[in-house]
Write a protein that binds this ligand. Structure first.
Ligand code: CA
Ligand code: CA
Ligand code: CA
Length: 722
């Protein structure tokens, strides 16, 4: 038995490798002309994680014209040229896109083979290069709970019908696959089955043509169906567990220097340079500390927070501490190692969890190994801890070593060096055990090699199997959510969609809906439900600012956040609508004397948290779009789970994001009965407490730019009333 299993595994592995090769790379040549000759020009983009010095270009005319050819898989890429490692330029000969966070980048589409011919439904022609199902990829084959999730990709607008054929107990069964979502290049079809043993294949139908996809590839469909080369699924395969508790978490992100100052004795001096280089803290120190967080635990508990995420707490000369000088020691401005242990203990005693910021891409210039390098140069035993291009090494602009964004105060570590990896993993293991840490948020995780994260995961999980690993990834994070690196990521894609529809008002409901459904096929379900969904972070303008200070929009953002798939994460002060633009303005000290208006917003957020916690469907349910009305800017969705009779198994969210009152007749997943209002962004409005449902429809009127949450009346308990 064992041997058969091994052979099957090897066969599967070989097939999946062949599959990976079938994703044909294509040569793409980049060209850039500099106005004056440059010493060096680099290419940086989503294909190299925006590393400013990783991809040098070549010049044959003394530094004016630069070019480089890369082999790229089909997809959409963003990029820029980096002149002399410091000046970032877009490509004047390419279209630009907003990356969703206010940056303009050049964009490149690499189309798969055959895309030069238009796609048509029903013409009997398939664009074969687009058709893909990789059984080794969790996005294509994933077991979560007792359910097997399958995904197949085709070209957009190309295939009329996709069927999943599978064998069970010797019988062949057929399931029609649903087109879940389409992106620029592809349509994704999905199907679910109870997790069990199957042989399966896909039948694609277009016009009179029928194509068969199994583990041996694509070929004309055999009649009757033949399964000797079928994909195989064994019960429990491809199972990866993200910690269950994250689905129920309400995160709160704190920049400790900016939260609460409980101990003035450890405040750093504010009016002198922070070191010999003469640099000053841009916006100063504000004296917040770990004791301050302990003092405010009641506040956080009252709000409904369950999990704290602290930006870095280890010693560094800056207020933000993203340039670690000593991983073993808590920053003296924040307290002592004992204070951190006390904080962790107090959090755990009060039912909170604690996630720390892991900054392992780069260090600060006072980090012992970097100090040794500065002192001993080529003779330093630590010179291979960094990526040094030339000697002498000095702290200077455009330094001789790789640094994060070329900022000389943040020398990048060399993760190819096994000693560096072992050192960092030791730090991780000790703090995880010592604090009973509930997780790590990983700074600029895309810039650290995957290899390090693959070693990181088992170290963390051994120290605490329940710890969550959250990567800072701004784009599509599917690569990191394959079970071998992260459980979750900071969900900037989700935030971008909310900004687009609610804050900036440049997306329509249909586009917002597409983005929501896109996220659902982009990540394995375990990760999707453990996403870190934030409206703001220490790296973005405050949501309040993004909404132009329009509280109606801010409230709609919170409504979406608290009813979304994935864990809500509140950036400190957002709950009272604190304002702030880009860094460092978005890190103003916490406002502890809120105005009545701010307190009312906080009360609304607190209520939404209670609603989320009281209705399991909001945390664990499926997503069902109920209404898309672009003309009136209306959108409604349901969160549903089985069994339907259970309390909290259904919640309906209706949003009128338009400027006019809207009379809505909404189809709902409930035949008869009544719906009760449990939350509204505009409580002063004259809304009814219950709405009758007849023939699966409910009629309601919503004021402009308001949203509500409804649940079946027979599910209601006291205390949830808005
Ligand atoms: Ca076709
Ligand atoms: Ca202090
Ligand atoms: Ca500091």
């Amino acid at each position: 038995m064992r041997r058969v299993a091994l052979q099957a595994f090897v066969l599967l592995w070989v097939l999946s490798m062949l599959w990976a090769q079938a994703q044909m790379k294509r040569p793409v040549t980049f060209r850039f002309e500099t106005p004056t000759p440059a010493e060096k020009v680099y290419l940086a983009g989503t294909f190299n994680e925006w590393q400013p010095r990783a991809t040098p270009m070549h010049s044959t005319d003394g530094g004016r014209t630069w070019s480089l050819t890369l082999e790229l898989e089909p997809g959409v890429y963003q990029y820029k040229f980096v002149v002399n490692g410091t000046e970032w330029h877009i490509d004047p000969n390419a279209p630009v896109v907003d990356d969703g966070n206010g940056n303009l980048n050049s964009v490149l589409w690499v189309e798969p083979d055959g895309y030069n011919r238009p796609a048509r439904l029903g013409d009997g022609i398939f664009t074969r290069s687009a058709i893909d199902h990789n059984p080794a990829d969790l996005r294509d084959r994933n077991v979560a709970g007792e359910t097997l999730y399958l995904r197949l990709r085709t070209r957009k607008q190309d295939v009329a019908e996709v069927r999943l054929l599978y064998t069970q107990n010797g019988r062949v069964r057929t399931l029609s696959m649903k087109p879940a979502v389409s992106d620029e290049l592809y349509t994704y079809y999905t199907a679910t089955l109870p997790d069990s043993d199957y042989a399966y294949a896909f039948l694609l139908i277009d016009g009179r043509a029928r194509l068969w996809l199994d583990a041996s590839g694509l070929r004309p469909a055999p009649t009757p169906p033949r399964f000797q080369h079928a994909f195989k699924h064994r019960r429990g395969e491809n199972r990866f567990e993200a910690p269950e508790w994250v689905q129920d978490a309400i995160f709160y992100q704190i920049v400790p220097d900016r939260f609460y100052n409980a101990d003035p004795s450890n405040d750093p001096p504010n009016n002198q340079p922070i070191d010999f280089t003469g640099r000053r803290e841009g916006d100063g120190f504000h004296g917040g500390d770990l004791k301050g967080i302990i003092e405010k635990l009641d506040y956080l508990q009252e709000l409904g927070i369950t999990t704290l995420y602290l930006t870095p707490v280890f010693a560094s000369v800056t207020h933000h501490n993203y340039d670690t000088d000593d991983y073993e020691t808590v920053d003296p401005q924040l307290g002592t190692n004992e204070d951190l242990e006390t904080l962790a203990r107090r959090l755990h005693q009060n039912g909170f969890r604690l996630v720390l910021d892991g900054v392992f891409n780069h260090v600060g210039i006072y980090f012992f190994a970097f100090q040794d390098l500065l002192q001993h140069q080529e003779r330093s035993p630590y010179k291979d801890w960094f990526i040094v291009e030339r000697f002498p090494v000095k702290v200077e602009p455009n330094p001789a070593y790789w640094a994060w964004w070329n900022i000389p105060y943040m020398p990048k570590l060399n993760h190819e060096n096994p000693i560096v990896r072992r050192y960092l993993l030791g730090v991780v293991e000790r703090w995880t055990r010592r604090l009973g840490l509930d997780g790590w948020r990983l700074d600029v995780a895309n810039e650290v090699p995957d290899r390090f994260w693959r070693e990181f995961r088992p170290v963390v999980k051994r120290a605490n199997p329940e710890a969550v690993i959250i990567g800072e990834i701004w784009g599509d994070a599917g690569r990191w959510l394959q079970g071998d690196m992260f459980d979750s990521v900071m969900n900037y894609l989700w935030r971008g969609a909310v900004l687009g529809w609610i804050a900036h008002r440049n997306l329509r409901p249909s586009q917002f809906d597409m983005r929501m459904r896109d996220l659902q096929i982009r990540y394995p379900r375990q990760s999707l439900y453990a996403m870190y969904n934030m409206l703001s972070s220490h790296d973005t303008p405050r949501f309040w600012r993004e909404c132009g200070g329009d509280e109606r929009r801010v409230r709609l953002g919170f409504l979406l956040q608290m009813t979304a798939i994935g864990a809500p994460a509140i950036y400190y002060g957002d709950e009272i609508g604190m304002d702030g633009g880009g860094i460092p303005d978005n890190r103003r000290p916490m406002e502890w004397n809120p105005t009545p208006q701010q307190r009312a917003l906080r009360e609304f957020v607190r209520h939404l948290i209670r609603v989320r916690q009281a209705i399991p469907a909001l945390r664990r349910g499926d997503w069902q779009t109920l209404l898309i009305d672009d003309a009136r800017n209306l959108y409604a969705y349901a969160r549903t789970m089985e069994p339907k009779t259970a309390r909290g198994s259904l919640a309906i969210v209706v949003i009128n994001n338009g400027e006019q009152p809207a009379e809505i007749e909404l189809p709902v997943p409930l035949a008869e009965g009544a719906l009760s209002l449990v939350a509204s962004t505009a409580p002063e409005n004259d809304l009814r407490d219950t709405y009758p449902v007849s023939n699966g429809r409910v009629a309601l009127t919503l004021a402009p730019m308001t949203g509500i949450v409804l649940i079946p009346s027979y599910h209601t308990t006291g205390g949830l009333k808005r």
